[in-house]
Design a protein around this ligand. Structure first.
Ligand code: ZN
Length: 355
């Protein structure tokens, strides 16, 4: 059923389109010379089978489950076999930059995770080696952020929860954009994975600020962490509902994830009240505001589909809203990484008796 709708759309576009279906028309005519007219119906079916999955098509040719953004007109993959879908990571279509923006982000965070794990001093130890491992340029900044003379290094796991959330979200998103075109079943599965990844990243982002801010107050710390974990699980449960994945619910999805992020204002303000005047608390607050701004802008662009809404068909390959949304998510996560390093430095320098 899905395939026939794709073919119908493809056929109707044949006469006027130079892209997609029209590309194989000459081959088909050549092939048709060798078959009797009596089997032309079968040949027509064969022609459609040959077309299936190997060329880019227009929006009108898409099956319903792939019709997500009517302001993007062309360069769609539809019902492609897995092998071709995987190979399309190296070809140009309207998902290429969606795939690569988050794939590059994933590798950046994987590198940061490995580098951070190597650089951070072990818990409870004074890292004399940290000064010997001073690198240049970008890595210098990371090294400088770690406490120069920590009293006692505190737990690192909340920081790695955030890093794992960032990697999971970026990788699942990238895979989703790569293989989404394969089939309706695959698309539904990958969309769920994508939404789980977003909820995981948002919830995991709470762990470093909450854990290190309320390090000396286990009751507050555990209350906040339990609260955001439950909120994340509820969001995942909602995002697994089939209705949630329909295009009609795009604004609802944006609002749900945005509200989860906005709830971070509570521990953030609480931190300022508890640690008023402390430079680390203020700097991390500004970084969190920046991160919130980047994520918020991303959510607005995602929901409104700007700029392609203003000039439909002009941003099919590059510059459409989803690509901008992806870039803002990576930028927000990198800002949060920087804040996480400051938290570690702060707490390594000023530990507390109750850890
Ligand atoms: Zn995406």
């Amino acid at each position: 059923m899905v395939r026939s709708s794709a073919h119908d759309g493809c056929t109707t576009k044949l006469a006027s389109s130079k892209e997609g279906c029209a590309d194989s028309e000459e081959d088909y005519q050549g092939f048709k010379k060798y078959v009797p007219e009596s089997i032309s119906y079968g040949a027509e079916r064969l022609k459609q089978e040959v077309k299936k999955g190997y060329e880019l098509v227009k929006f009108q040719a898409l099956p319903e489950h792939l019709k997500d953004n009517e302001f993007i007109f062309k360069h769609y993959r539809s019902d492609w076999p897995l092998r071709e879908a995987l190979g399309s990571i190296f070809t140009i279509h309207n998902e290429t930059l969606n795939i690569w923006t988050h794939l590059v982000g994933f590798f950046v965070f994987m590198g940061l995770t490995i580098y951070t794990a190597m650089k951070l001093p072990p818990v409870g130890e004074i890292p004399s080696m940290i000064h010997q491992l001073r690198w240049h340029s970008v890595t210098d900044e990371l090294t400088n952020m770690v406490a120069p003379q920590p009293q006692k290094a505190i737990s690192r796991w909340p920081f790695f929860v955030f890093l794992s959330g960032a990697m999971f979200c970026l990788l699942s998103s990238s895979v989703c954009h790569l293989l989404y075109c394969h089939s309706e079943l695959m698309a539904r599965f990958l969309l769920k994975l994508d939404y789980i990844g977003i909820a995981y990243l948002i919830a995991a982002s709470f762990y470093p600020p909450v854990y290190y801010t309320f390090l000396c107050n286990p009751l507050l710390r555990n209350t906040y962490l339990t609260g955001i974990t439950c909120l994340g699980l509820v969001t995942v449960a909602v995002s697994l509902m089939p209705r949630f994945q329909t295009h009609r619910y795009r604004p609802f999805r944006a609002i749900l994830f945005a509200s989860m992020g906005i709830s971070g204002i509570v521990p953030c303000v609480h931190k300022l009240l508890l640690h008023w005047g402390e430079p680390a608390a203020e700097t991390t607050f500004y970084l969190e505001v920046t991160m919130g701004g980047l994520y918020g802008l991303g959510a607005v662009i995602y929901a409104t589909r700007i700029p392609e809404r203003w000039k439909p068909g002009h941003f099919d390959i590059a510059g459409h809203s989803h690509q901008l949304f992806h870039i803002l998510v990576v930028a927000g996560a990198l800002t949060h990484y920087r804040a996480g390093l400051l938290y570690l430095k702060w707490r390594d320098e000023q530990g507390c008796e109750v850890i």
